[in-house]
Design a binder for this molecule. Structure first.
Ligand code: ADP
Ligand code: MG
Length: 698
């Protein structure tokens, strides 16, 4: 078989060891196969010729046909350049060269027909084309010219004479070598059923499409394949897991759950909470091990859903464990849950880094005897010394702070892996969730408890401090509490801390009659907790902080969130911060303070925040603005997608489509043995072997 993966790029005509080394380092291209999978980032239509009288300085690359009517060298020394006046009968335009002047003068002649190609720009009020491509139009058949590919290159590549043009030439040489079809990477039944181009045609056409329709079909085929294998990989893993492990069966909803529901529950569940609890019940009663992601905007009442799921585990004779990313949050969950379970005979314990000595031993022992029914804690709960008598359900709160590896450690706490419910307030757009957590089922709480007033969000420039302070004073006088948050970004930590300290001093000066507390990540845990506690118990009216308060803390009396330098926060982070207020019945405010100078993207972020409180809408905008690689949660989970052509923000529909196909394949061929799928499983194995990122997706 014709195998391009084994052909070293350096033996391609015109490449050689030096250029090959640049390609290795800059783009990770080693073989002809790698090169072929380096796709153009844009195409320019060369089947059409423009007239000079129709062009302006804002056009993309264009093609003209005409004659050079005169050369004119201008400038001296470094400003020296050559101008050629070019005419097509409808007007005259300047072609400009800054280098290679002698060569140009020797090569091109006045009065001959040329086809020229370049991007118009405006200089000194005149339109010109700098360093255009020039060809002899004789023999050029426009309809065969098709679309011309453009490739991204780096500075180092350009210095090594590897510009887009050079890549195009190399690509043409590779395509030329493909005389027989490449090994197909999708089985015939999928190709026919979904009307896909063959791999060979697609690869040829994606570099050198003869018309836009062919390009579209080539791109579709390659995107299809890229997304399809990601989904197949995930679904295969979860099928494997399903076949290998049985889940504990929580058959009944019993006394504990019912007592809580009928006697203790302080309010009516929202419709969304009821629906999600039902989904969870079905899952944990099915005999399948549950792996479920619970998404719900901040304040949507996830804790209650977690608790009620844990009670079902207890009803069936199992223990439950809930893990939070910080000590403060674990504490808060512990307090909340103890309060909710008031009067019920259920032993709940808290295990964090600060639980030591005798108390810790007691908890360890209680877990082993099964006397401790619910364990709440931080990372401390996954230490090897913590063992359960019958752990049946694990809840992970604010998931994005936990990695895949930590999830796996929890699995080993019982003979069979316990059911896992992962909760997150970072709304992940559907397309991304399907790719990131494709093995998890997703439940969504899309409804806030009744009586909440939507938070009013205001954008204010930082030269209007007075009105800001007036608003703060008014709220505090009404008995409310205020957060003031400063950015903290690793690279400029010192400057940021200085900003925070200065802000703190200024606020203390401005509001001498109030108590102001201060929290930042550089503080010792105990000190941080103490400051936080002063705010939680109402002793301090104003808290000046960095983003350490971002996750989970619940202070219903806090009604104003001021975010300083809001331009330096990402959208989802702004939304998370805003979610710290608006938890009580009073009208809450979020004030985004920025400087006057804003980029378009920042403006868009701020507008989005002002316009909507809907976390999912915000997540979608965020995905479009930043791309999936940057989204919160993606780095921490160890998955960095290296999509070559598909785009999660744009190709959501295709992703859903290929997921359904992959699902069918896995259902019909659960053991991966069907002969018609041989290509699929072989290709999947290859991909798992070659692409490090794939391993992390499980
Ligand atoms: P999150 O989803 O952000 O973790 P919480 O679970 O902390 O939200 O809930 C936020 C607040 O809403 C809590 O004070 C909780 O008691 C309250 N709450 C939860 N469910 C309901 C409900 N159905 N009706 C009224 N209040 C509720
Ligand atoms: Mg929460």
């Amino acid at each position: 078989m014709f195998d391009l993966t084994t052909r070293d790029i350096k033996y391609l005509a015109g490449v050689g060891p030096q250029k090959a080394s640049v390609l290795n380092k800059e783009l990770g291209i080693y073989s002809l196969h790698d090169l072929l999978y380096y796709f153009p980032y844009k195409y320019v239509d060369r089947s059409r010729i423009y007239y000079i009288h129709e062009i302006d300085g804002n056009m993309p690359y264009i093609q003209l046909k005409g004659k050079i009517v005169g050369f004119e060298p201008v400038g001296e020394g470094r400003a020296r350049r050559l101008i050629a006046h070019f005419s097509d009968g409808t007007g005259v335009i300047d072609l400009v060269w800054f280098q290679g002047i002698k060569y140009i003068l020797g090569k091109y002649k006045l009065g001959e027909d040329y086809l020229i190609f370049g991007k118009p720009t405006v200089f000194n009020g005149r339109i010109n084309l700098a360093h255009p491509d020039i060809e002899d139009p004789a023999g050029v058949v426009l309809s065969n010219m098709g679309l011309r590919p453009y490739y991204n290159t780096t500075e180092k590549m350009k210095r090594g004479f590897l510009n887009s043009n050079a890549i195009e030439k190399m690509m043409a040489a590779v395509v030329q070598q493909i005389q027989e079809p490449l090994p197909e990477t999708l089985p015939p039944h999928i190709i026919t059923e979904h009307h896909l181009m063959s791999l060979t045609d697609a690869l040829k056409s994606i570099h050198f499409p003869t018309n836009p329709e062919l390009l579209r079909r080539a791109q579709y085929r390659i995107k299809f394949e890229e997304l399809f294998y990601i989904q197949l990989n995930i679904l295969r893993y979860s099928k494997d897991r399903q076949l290998r492990y049985r889940g504990y069966v929580f058959e009944s909803v019993g006394d504990i759950f019912n007592t809580f529901y009928h006697r203790n529950l302080p309010f009516e569940l929202t419709g969304a909470q009821k629906r999600v609890i039902k989904e969870i019940r079905q899952d944990i009663g099915s005999g399948r091990q549950m792996n479920r992601l619970l998404q719900g905007d901040v304040g949507s009442g996830k804790t209650l859903v977690a608790l009620m799921s844990m009670l079902i585990a207890l009803d069936n004779g199992y223990q439950a464990c809930m893990m939070a990313p910080t000590e403060i949050l674990a504490n808060q969950h512990f307090e909340t849950i103890k309060e909710l379970l008031f009067g019920m005979d259920i032993r709940v314990e808290l295990l964090t880094g600060s639980v030591k000595g005798k108390k810790r031993k007691e908890i360890h022992a209680g877990l082993l005897t099964g006397d401790v029914k619910i364990l709440i804690g931080t990372h401390a709960v996954i230490e090897d010394t913590v063992n359960f008598s019958s752990l049946g359900l694990v809840i992970i709160d604010e998931q994005h702070r936990f990695g895949v590896a930590q999830r796996a450690r929890l699995w080993s706490k019982n003979l069979q892996p316990p059911h896992v419910l992962v909760m997150t307030a970072t709304p992940i757009p559907r397309t991304l969730a399907m790719t990131l957590y494709g093995d998890l089922d997703v439940s969504v709480i899309d409804e806030l408890p009744p009586g909440r007033k939507p938070i009013a969000t205001i954008h204010q420039f930082d030269n209007r401090r007075e009105s800001l302070y007036k608003a703060i004073r008014k709220q505090v006088e009404e008995g409310r509490q205020i957060y003031i948050v400063y950015p903290l970004i690793k690279e400029s930590e010192k400057i940021d801390l200085k900003n925070l300290e200065e802000g703190f001093v200024q606020i203390c000066k401005e509001f001498p009659e109030y108590t102001v507390c201060k929290v930042h990540g550089k503080m010792k845990a105990a000190e941080k907790d103490e400051q936080m506690q002063r705010f939680i118990n109402g002793e301090a009216q104003i808290m000046v902080a960095t983003t350490v308060i971002e996750v989970g803390v619940n202070v219903p009396n806090a009604s104003v969130m001021v975010i300083e330098n809001a331009e330096r926060f990402g959208l989802s982070q702004l939304h998370q911060l805003r979610g710290r207020v608006g938890r009580g019945a009073d009208q809450s405010y979020c004030i985004l303070v920025t400087s006057y100078k804003l980029t378009d993207d920042t403006r868009k972020r701020l507008e989005t925040m002002v316009r909507t409180n809907d976390g999912f809408e915000i997540a979608e905008v965020d995905l479009k603005l930043r791309g999936p690689g940057d989204l919160e949660g993606t780095q921490q989970s160890g998955v960095a997608f290296d999509l070559k052509i598909a785009n999660l923000a744009r190709d959501g529909q295709l992703l859903q489509y290929v997921r359904d196909i992959a699902q069918k394949v896995v259902e019909h061929d659960p053991n991966a043995t069907a002969p018609e799928n041989e290509t699929l499983w072989r290709q999947l194995k290859n991909l798992r072997k070659t692409n490090v990122n794939w391993a992390a997706i499980s």
